[in-house]
Design a protein around this ligand. Structure first.
Ligand SMILES: *Cc1c(COP(=O)(O)O)cnc(C)c1O
Length: 387
Protein backbone atom coordinates (compact mmCIF):
# COMPACT_ATOMS: atom_id res chain seq x y z
CA UNK A 1 0.00 0.00 0.00
CA UNK A 2 1.14 3.52 -0.76
CA UNK A 3 1.70 5.83 2.17
CA UNK A 4 -1.25 8.24 1.80
CA UNK A 5 0.90 11.07 3.25
CA UNK A 6 3.93 10.56 0.97
CA UNK A 7 2.73 13.27 -1.43
CA UNK A 8 3.46 15.90 1.25
CA UNK A 9 7.23 15.57 0.88
CA UNK A 10 6.93 15.62 -2.90
CA UNK A 11 4.84 18.77 -2.79
CA UNK A 12 7.31 20.44 -0.46
CA UNK A 13 10.16 19.56 -2.83
CA UNK A 14 8.25 21.21 -5.68
CA UNK A 15 7.72 24.33 -3.56
CA UNK A 16 11.46 24.43 -2.81
CA UNK A 17 12.40 24.00 -6.47
CA UNK A 18 10.27 27.01 -7.49
CA UNK A 19 11.85 29.18 -4.74
CA UNK A 20 8.35 29.45 -3.26
CA UNK A 21 9.24 27.87 0.09
CA UNK A 22 8.43 30.02 3.12
CA UNK A 23 9.25 29.81 6.80
CA UNK A 24 8.89 32.04 9.84
CA UNK A 25 11.44 34.52 11.16
CA UNK A 26 11.60 35.29 14.87
CA UNK A 27 11.38 38.89 16.04
CA UNK A 28 12.30 39.65 19.64
CA UNK A 29 10.99 42.44 21.81
CA UNK A 30 8.35 45.02 21.03
CA UNK A 31 7.44 45.94 17.47
CA UNK A 32 8.67 49.30 16.21
CA UNK A 33 10.57 51.16 13.49
CA UNK A 34 13.55 48.98 14.32
CA UNK A 35 13.30 45.39 15.57
CA UNK A 36 15.61 42.57 16.61
CA UNK A 37 15.53 39.90 13.92
CA UNK A 38 17.55 36.76 14.68
CA UNK A 39 19.89 38.69 16.95
CA UNK A 40 20.44 41.54 14.46
CA UNK A 41 18.91 45.01 14.77
CA UNK A 42 17.15 45.85 11.50
CA UNK A 43 15.08 48.78 10.28
CA UNK A 44 11.55 47.47 9.96
CA UNK A 45 9.93 47.98 6.55
CA UNK A 46 7.99 44.74 6.85
CA UNK A 47 5.16 45.51 9.26
CA UNK A 48 1.59 46.73 8.88
CA UNK A 49 1.93 48.79 12.05
CA UNK A 50 1.72 52.02 10.02
CA UNK A 51 1.26 54.37 12.99
CA UNK A 52 3.64 52.55 15.33
CA UNK A 53 0.82 51.76 17.77
CA UNK A 54 1.47 48.03 18.31
CA UNK A 55 4.20 48.86 20.83
CA UNK A 56 2.54 52.00 22.24
CA UNK A 57 2.45 52.28 26.04
CA UNK A 58 -1.18 53.40 26.00
CA UNK A 59 -2.37 50.33 24.09
CA UNK A 60 -0.32 48.12 26.39
CA UNK A 61 -1.82 49.82 29.46
CA UNK A 62 -5.37 49.47 28.09
CA UNK A 63 -4.84 45.78 27.28
CA UNK A 64 -3.30 45.10 30.70
CA UNK A 65 -6.11 46.89 32.52
CA UNK A 66 -8.69 44.91 30.53
CA UNK A 67 -7.01 41.63 31.45
CA UNK A 68 -7.08 42.58 35.13
CA UNK A 69 -10.74 43.54 34.95
CA UNK A 70 -12.11 40.88 32.59
CA UNK A 71 -9.50 38.10 32.52
CA UNK A 72 -7.65 36.71 29.52
CA UNK A 73 -10.37 34.85 27.64
CA UNK A 74 -13.85 35.94 26.69
CA UNK A 75 -15.06 32.37 27.43
CA UNK A 76 -17.63 32.03 24.67
CA UNK A 77 -19.18 33.38 21.55
CA UNK A 78 -20.73 36.85 21.59
CA UNK A 79 -24.28 35.46 21.59
CA UNK A 80 -23.58 33.13 24.53
CA UNK A 81 -21.17 34.18 27.30
CA UNK A 82 -18.57 36.17 25.36
CA UNK A 83 -20.04 39.66 25.09
CA UNK A 84 -18.61 42.47 27.26
CA UNK A 85 -19.33 46.18 27.44
CA UNK A 86 -15.86 46.72 25.88
CA UNK A 87 -16.99 45.05 22.64
CA UNK A 88 -19.90 47.42 22.32
CA UNK A 89 -17.69 50.44 23.07
CA UNK A 90 -15.28 49.36 20.37
CA UNK A 91 -18.09 48.83 17.86
CA UNK A 92 -19.51 52.25 18.63
CA UNK A 93 -16.08 53.83 18.20
CA UNK A 94 -15.64 52.11 14.82
CA UNK A 95 -19.10 53.19 13.65
CA UNK A 96 -18.36 56.73 14.79
CA UNK A 97 -15.03 56.83 12.91
CA UNK A 98 -16.59 55.38 9.76
CA UNK A 99 -19.74 57.47 10.20
CA UNK A 100 -21.92 54.43 9.74
CA UNK A 101 -25.03 53.51 11.75
CA UNK A 102 -23.39 50.46 13.32
CA UNK A 103 -20.41 48.09 13.29
CA UNK A 104 -19.62 44.57 14.50
CA UNK A 105 -16.20 43.20 15.47
CA UNK A 106 -14.93 39.77 14.46
CA UNK A 107 -11.92 37.82 15.77
CA UNK A 108 -9.88 38.76 12.69
CA UNK A 109 -10.21 40.64 9.42
CA UNK A 110 -10.05 37.31 7.61
CA UNK A 111 -13.05 36.05 9.57
CA UNK A 112 -14.92 39.32 9.00
CA UNK A 113 -14.64 38.81 5.23
CA UNK A 114 -15.54 35.11 5.36
CA UNK A 115 -18.51 35.85 7.61
CA UNK A 116 -19.87 38.83 5.70
CA UNK A 117 -19.55 37.31 2.22
CA UNK A 118 -21.05 33.95 3.15
CA UNK A 119 -23.95 35.68 4.92
CA UNK A 120 -24.72 38.08 2.07
CA UNK A 121 -24.71 35.82 -0.97
CA UNK A 122 -25.37 32.20 -1.88
CA UNK A 123 -25.98 29.82 -4.76
CA UNK A 124 -28.39 32.04 -6.69
CA UNK A 125 -26.07 35.04 -6.54
CA UNK A 126 -23.10 36.54 -8.37
CA UNK A 127 -19.79 37.82 -6.99
CA UNK A 128 -17.52 40.03 -9.09
CA UNK A 129 -14.09 40.30 -7.52
CA UNK A 130 -10.91 42.22 -8.41
CA UNK A 131 -8.21 39.74 -9.44
CA UNK A 132 -5.74 41.20 -6.91
CA UNK A 133 -8.09 40.97 -3.93
CA UNK A 134 -6.87 39.60 -0.62
CA UNK A 135 -7.10 35.87 0.05
CA UNK A 136 -9.91 36.40 2.58
CA UNK A 137 -12.16 37.93 -0.10
CA UNK A 138 -11.32 35.17 -2.58
CA UNK A 139 -11.94 32.39 -0.09
CA UNK A 140 -15.08 34.11 1.20
CA UNK A 141 -16.38 34.09 -2.37
CA UNK A 142 -15.65 30.37 -2.77
CA UNK A 143 -17.16 29.49 0.59
CA UNK A 144 -20.36 31.44 -0.16
CA UNK A 145 -21.32 29.11 -3.01
CA UNK A 146 -22.12 32.08 -5.26
CA UNK A 147 -20.85 32.17 -8.83
CA UNK A 148 -17.60 34.12 -8.49
CA UNK A 149 -15.95 35.84 -11.44
CA UNK A 150 -12.70 37.81 -11.18
CA UNK A 151 -12.34 41.00 -13.19
CA UNK A 152 -8.95 42.37 -14.32
CA UNK A 153 -7.32 44.59 -11.70
CA UNK A 154 -9.24 47.89 -11.30
CA UNK A 155 -10.64 47.51 -14.85
CA UNK A 156 -13.97 49.36 -14.82
CA UNK A 157 -14.72 48.63 -18.47
CA UNK A 158 -14.32 44.90 -17.93
CA UNK A 159 -16.45 45.08 -14.80
CA UNK A 160 -19.19 46.98 -16.64
CA UNK A 161 -19.16 44.40 -19.44
CA UNK A 162 -19.48 41.56 -16.95
CA UNK A 163 -22.35 43.33 -15.23
CA UNK A 164 -24.15 43.94 -18.54
CA UNK A 165 -23.77 40.31 -19.55
CA UNK A 166 -24.29 38.58 -16.22
CA UNK A 167 -26.20 40.69 -13.74
CA UNK A 168 -29.72 39.81 -14.93
CA UNK A 169 -29.05 36.07 -14.50
CA UNK A 170 -28.69 36.31 -10.75
CA UNK A 171 -30.72 37.30 -7.72
CA UNK A 172 -28.18 39.38 -5.79
CA UNK A 173 -24.79 40.65 -6.91
CA UNK A 174 -21.86 41.53 -4.64
CA UNK A 175 -18.78 43.39 -5.89
CA UNK A 176 -15.64 42.76 -3.80
CA UNK A 177 -12.56 44.94 -3.67
CA UNK A 178 -9.60 45.84 -1.48
CA UNK A 179 -9.45 49.61 -1.02
CA UNK A 180 -5.65 49.69 -0.73
CA UNK A 181 -4.34 46.62 -2.56
CA UNK A 182 -2.18 44.92 0.03
CA UNK A 183 0.63 43.62 -2.16
CA UNK A 184 0.69 46.52 -4.65
CA UNK A 185 -0.18 49.68 -2.73
CA UNK A 186 -2.57 51.19 -5.29
CA UNK A 187 -6.19 52.17 -4.59
CA UNK A 188 -9.45 50.86 -6.01
CA UNK A 189 -11.47 53.37 -8.10
CA UNK A 190 -14.06 53.63 -5.34
CA UNK A 191 -16.39 56.40 -6.63
CA UNK A 192 -16.75 54.70 -10.02
CA UNK A 193 -17.30 51.31 -8.35
CA UNK A 194 -20.06 52.81 -6.21
CA UNK A 195 -21.69 54.29 -9.32
CA UNK A 196 -21.55 50.93 -11.13
CA UNK A 197 -22.98 49.19 -8.06
CA UNK A 198 -25.87 51.68 -8.03
CA UNK A 199 -26.48 51.38 -11.77
CA UNK A 200 -26.63 47.58 -11.71
CA UNK A 201 -28.24 47.22 -8.28
CA UNK A 202 -25.26 45.51 -6.68
CA UNK A 203 -23.89 45.50 -3.17
CA UNK A 204 -20.29 46.70 -2.85
CA UNK A 205 -17.94 45.38 -0.18
CA UNK A 206 -14.70 47.29 0.28
CA UNK A 207 -11.87 45.96 2.43
CA UNK A 208 -10.18 48.87 4.21
CA UNK A 209 -7.53 46.72 5.97
CA UNK A 210 -4.58 48.86 4.85
CA UNK A 211 -6.51 52.15 4.72
CA UNK A 212 -8.03 52.45 8.18
CA UNK A 213 -5.98 54.87 10.28
CA UNK A 214 -3.92 55.69 7.20
CA UNK A 215 -6.11 57.33 4.53
CA UNK A 216 -8.66 60.11 4.86
CA UNK A 217 -8.63 63.28 6.88
CA UNK A 218 -9.63 61.54 10.12
CA UNK A 219 -8.08 58.18 9.23
CA UNK A 220 -11.44 56.62 8.39
CA UNK A 221 -9.96 55.08 5.22
CA UNK A 222 -10.40 55.14 1.47
CA UNK A 223 -14.12 55.85 1.72
CA UNK A 224 -13.28 59.13 3.45
CA UNK A 225 -10.30 59.79 1.13
CA UNK A 226 -12.63 59.63 -1.89
CA UNK A 227 -15.37 61.68 -0.14
CA UNK A 228 -17.77 58.71 -0.28
CA UNK A 229 -18.66 58.80 3.42
CA UNK A 230 -22.37 58.14 3.92
CA UNK A 231 -22.89 56.24 0.66
CA UNK A 232 -24.43 52.80 1.01
CA UNK A 233 -21.78 50.08 1.08
CA UNK A 234 -20.23 47.38 3.22
CA UNK A 235 -16.96 48.39 4.85
CA UNK A 236 -14.64 45.72 6.23
CA UNK A 237 -11.36 46.20 8.00
CA UNK A 238 -8.90 44.88 10.50
CA UNK A 239 -7.83 45.95 13.97
CA UNK A 240 -4.42 44.39 13.36
CA UNK A 241 -2.71 46.86 11.04
CA UNK A 242 -2.66 50.61 11.79
CA UNK A 243 -4.70 49.89 14.94
CA UNK A 244 -1.96 47.69 16.37
CA UNK A 245 -4.20 45.04 17.91
CA UNK A 246 -6.02 41.94 16.62
CA UNK A 247 -9.51 41.50 15.20
CA UNK A 248 -11.66 42.62 12.30
CA UNK A 249 -14.88 44.56 11.75
CA UNK A 250 -17.76 45.25 9.42
CA UNK A 251 -19.30 48.75 9.39
CA UNK A 252 -22.53 49.74 7.68
CA UNK A 253 -26.27 50.20 8.11
CA UNK A 254 -28.25 48.96 11.12
CA UNK A 255 -29.94 46.32 8.98
CA UNK A 256 -26.62 45.03 7.61
CA UNK A 257 -24.99 44.71 11.01
CA UNK A 258 -28.06 43.21 12.65
CA UNK A 259 -28.32 40.70 9.82
CA UNK A 260 -24.64 39.72 10.22
CA UNK A 261 -25.11 39.18 13.96
CA UNK A 262 -27.80 36.65 12.99
CA UNK A 263 -26.29 35.06 9.92
CA UNK A 264 -22.47 35.37 9.79
CA UNK A 265 -21.16 31.94 10.85
CA UNK A 266 -17.63 33.18 11.60
CA UNK A 267 -19.10 35.61 14.12
CA UNK A 268 -21.78 33.39 15.65
CA UNK A 269 -19.71 30.22 16.07
CA UNK A 270 -16.38 31.55 17.28
CA UNK A 271 -15.17 32.91 20.59
CA UNK A 272 -15.52 36.66 21.09
CA UNK A 273 -12.48 38.90 20.72
CA UNK A 274 -10.35 38.79 23.88
CA UNK A 275 -10.66 41.64 26.40
CA UNK A 276 -7.01 42.65 25.83
CA UNK A 277 -7.33 42.86 22.04
CA UNK A 278 -10.63 44.72 22.33
CA UNK A 279 -9.28 47.30 24.78
CA UNK A 280 -6.07 47.83 22.77
CA UNK A 281 -8.06 48.45 19.58
CA UNK A 282 -10.34 50.89 21.37
CA UNK A 283 -7.33 52.81 22.71
CA UNK A 284 -5.87 52.85 19.18
CA UNK A 285 -9.03 54.32 17.67
CA UNK A 286 -8.97 57.11 20.23
CA UNK A 287 -5.32 57.84 19.36
CA UNK A 288 -6.08 57.82 15.62
CA UNK A 289 -8.82 60.40 16.24
CA UNK A 290 -6.85 62.57 18.66
CA UNK A 291 -3.40 62.51 17.05
CA UNK A 292 -3.74 63.32 13.34
CA UNK A 293 -0.05 64.30 13.44
CA UNK A 294 0.87 60.60 13.45
CA UNK A 295 -0.88 60.16 10.10
CA UNK A 296 0.68 63.38 8.79
CA UNK A 297 4.14 62.10 9.74
CA UNK A 298 3.43 58.79 7.98
CA UNK A 299 2.60 60.62 4.75
CA UNK A 300 5.67 62.89 5.07
CA UNK A 301 7.78 59.72 5.36
CA UNK A 302 6.10 58.17 2.31
CA UNK A 303 6.69 61.33 0.27
CA UNK A 304 10.30 61.56 1.43
CA UNK A 305 11.02 57.94 0.43
CA UNK A 306 9.34 58.40 -2.97
CA UNK A 307 11.38 61.57 -3.56
CA UNK A 308 14.69 59.87 -2.65
CA UNK A 309 13.89 56.92 -4.91
CA UNK A 310 13.04 59.24 -7.80
CA UNK A 311 16.30 61.15 -7.33
CA UNK A 312 18.68 58.31 -6.57
CA UNK A 313 17.13 55.16 -8.01
CA UNK A 314 15.42 56.18 -11.24
CA UNK A 315 15.78 52.66 -12.65
CA UNK A 316 13.91 50.99 -9.77
CA UNK A 317 10.65 49.50 -11.10
CA UNK A 318 8.23 50.86 -8.48
CA UNK A 319 4.64 49.69 -8.87
CA UNK A 320 2.04 52.49 -8.88
CA UNK A 321 1.19 53.31 -5.24
CA UNK A 322 -0.96 55.79 -3.37
CA UNK A 323 -0.33 54.32 0.05
CA UNK A 324 2.54 53.59 2.46
CA UNK A 325 3.06 50.28 0.59
CA UNK A 326 5.79 50.59 -2.04
CA UNK A 327 6.78 47.58 -4.14
CA UNK A 328 9.37 47.04 -6.80
CA UNK A 329 9.32 44.11 -9.14
CA UNK A 330 12.09 41.62 -9.76
CA UNK A 331 12.48 39.19 -12.62
CA UNK A 332 12.15 36.00 -10.57
CA UNK A 333 11.39 34.62 -7.14
CA UNK A 334 15.08 33.76 -6.79
CA UNK A 335 16.07 37.39 -7.53
CA UNK A 336 13.56 38.69 -5.03
CA UNK A 337 14.88 36.31 -2.36
CA UNK A 338 18.45 37.38 -3.13
CA UNK A 339 17.67 41.10 -2.84
CA UNK A 340 15.68 40.46 0.35
CA UNK A 341 18.70 38.68 1.86
CA UNK A 342 21.12 41.41 0.79
CA UNK A 343 18.87 44.06 2.31
CA UNK A 344 18.73 42.10 5.53
CA UNK A 345 22.49 41.90 5.77
CA UNK A 346 22.53 45.69 5.25
CA UNK A 347 20.21 46.01 8.27
CA UNK A 348 16.98 46.46 6.31
CA UNK A 349 13.96 44.21 6.87
CA UNK A 350 11.90 44.32 3.65
CA UNK A 351 10.46 41.00 2.58
CA UNK A 352 10.39 39.31 -0.81
CA UNK A 353 6.78 38.60 -1.81
CA UNK A 354 6.49 35.76 -4.29
CA UNK A 355 3.86 33.73 -6.10
CA UNK A 356 1.32 32.44 -5.25
CA UNK A 357 0.70 35.52 -3.07
CA UNK A 358 1.33 37.78 -6.07
CA UNK A 359 1.64 37.14 -9.82
CA UNK A 360 5.15 38.64 -10.05
CA UNK A 361 7.92 38.56 -7.44
CA UNK A 362 8.70 41.79 -5.66
CA UNK A 363 10.20 43.47 -2.61
CA UNK A 364 7.51 45.08 -0.47
CA UNK A 365 8.34 48.11 1.64
CA UNK A 366 5.87 49.48 4.15
CA UNK A 367 6.55 52.86 5.66
CA UNK A 368 5.71 53.73 9.27
CA UNK A 369 4.99 57.05 10.97
CA UNK A 370 7.73 56.23 13.46
CA UNK A 371 10.49 55.80 10.87
CA UNK A 372 13.11 58.51 11.22
CA UNK A 373 14.63 60.24 8.20
CA UNK A 374 17.89 58.35 8.74
CA UNK A 375 15.99 55.02 8.57
CA UNK A 376 14.59 55.96 5.17
CA UNK A 377 17.97 57.24 3.97
CA UNK A 378 19.60 53.97 5.01
CA UNK A 379 16.97 52.04 3.05
CA UNK A 380 17.73 54.03 -0.11
CA UNK A 381 21.50 53.52 0.31
CA UNK A 382 20.94 49.77 0.68
CA UNK A 383 18.63 49.66 -2.34
CA UNK A 384 21.20 51.55 -4.37
CA UNK A 385 23.79 48.93 -3.57
CA UNK A 386 21.62 45.85 -3.97
CA UNK A 387 18.96 46.26 -6.60
C1 LIG B 1 -4.49 41.71 6.40
C2 LIG B 1 -5.69 41.70 5.56
C3 LIG B 1 -6.84 41.01 5.94
C4 LIG B 1 -6.87 40.10 7.13
O1 LIG B 1 -6.90 40.80 8.32
P1 LIG B 1 -6.48 40.03 9.65
O2 LIG B 1 -7.09 40.85 10.73
O3 LIG B 1 -4.99 40.01 9.68
O4 LIG B 1 -7.07 38.66 9.57
C5 LIG B 1 -7.97 41.13 5.16
N1 LIG B 1 -7.96 41.86 4.04
C6 LIG B 1 -6.87 42.53 3.62
C7 LIG B 1 -6.91 43.33 2.38
C8 LIG B 1 -5.69 42.46 4.37
O5 LIG B 1 -4.60 43.08 3.94
Amino acid sequence: MNNPYAWLEKSLATIHRADWYRSVQTICGRPGATVMLAGQEVINFASNDYLGLAGDERLIAAATAAIHEFGTGSTGSRLLSGHRKLHRELEEAIASTKQTADAVVFSSGYLANLGAITALVGKRDLILSDQYNHSSLKNGAILSGAVAIEYPHCDLTALRNLLSQQRQNYRRCLILTDSVFSMDGDLCPLPALLDLADEFSCMLLVDEAHATGVLGKTGAGCVEHFACTGRQLIQIGTLSKALGSLGGYVAGSNALIDFLRNRAPSWIYTTALSPADTAAALAAINIVQQEPQRRAQLWRNVDYLKKLIQQQLPSLKLLPSESPILCFELASAADALKVGKQLKSAGIFAPAIRPPTVPTSRIRISVMATHELRHIQKLVVALNRNS
